[in-house]
Design a protein around this ligand. Structure first.
Ligand SMILES: N[C@@H](CCC(=O)N[C@@H](CS)C(=O)NCC(=O)O)C(=O)O
Length: 207
């Protein structure tokens, strides 16, 4: 039996992506069903509660695109990202449009939340922002802690993760979501705010 385990749901697009990639790489895997339609969530393996989660090499991997890129780095044939920097930028841009722009607003919990808000008397815009910013950043705090104890999101230097985090902290503040209980995120935010590259990019520095 394969020691690669995919926490999976048949209709989940993000799981479907990982299934395709595993198949293209000819990697056998066990599928463990998380019944999203029945309201099941995968909090035991992912603070976001989402599938897919891939277990391999003793690691618990989340986020379909990063899982696929990881598989591609470990098993380069057939290449899934393209052979040159230009090709990879194009492939990622196309993939990100689907995975980061179309997919998140069609996710089950997002659609359910929108339907609930339609009958609520709360101010919709603020409620929406606080709900999703809070949910996402709370999961992120746990994943940053799981990744290690460095001064930044991952390791000793700012990475793509910190580059994404800082604008998200700015947005949390803008919409009134208090991040002070998220200790790691707050500390990383303060550290990044001391770095010139982050300072020069801040909305107040460029408006
Ligand atoms: N960005 C994540 C998205 C994962 C995701 O949205 N998973 C959906 C299924 S496609 C899910 O678990 N939804 C559960 C829910 O909305 O409650 C990825 O690419 O892995």
């Amino acid at each position: 039996m394969s020691d690669i385990v995919l926490y999976d749901y048949w209709r989940s697009s993000a799981s479907y992506r990982v299934r395709i990639a595993l198949n293209l790489k000819k990697l056998t895997f066990q599928s463990k069903v998380v019944d999203l339609a029945a309201g099941e969530k995968l909090y035991s393996h992912n603070p976001q509660g989402y599938v897919p989660v891939l277990m391999m090499k003793g690691k618990t991997l989340t986020q379909s695109l990063s899982i696929i890129e990881y598989l591609d780095e470990l098993y380069p044939t057939p290449p899934l990202l393209g052979e040159t920097a230009d090709a990879r930028q194009s492939v990622r841009a196309l993939a990100h449009l689907v995975a980061m722009d179309i997919h998140p607003v069609c996710n089950l919990n997002v659609v359910n939340y929108a339907a609930d808000l339609a009958t609520s008397s709360n101010p919709v815009k603020v409620d929406w922002m606080k709900h999703f910013i809070g949910k996402g950043m709370t999961a992120l705090e746990q994943l940053i802690n799981d990744a290690g104890a460095g001064p930044f999101c991952y390791g000793d230097c700012p990475t793509l993760a910190d580059i994404c985090l800082m604008p998200q902290i700015y947005n949390a503040d803008r919409w009134g979501f208090d991040i002070s209980s998220l200790k790691r995120i707050s500390e990383i935010g303060q550290r990044c705010a001391e770095i010139e590259a982050f300072q020069k990019a801040h909305p107040d520095a460029v408006r």
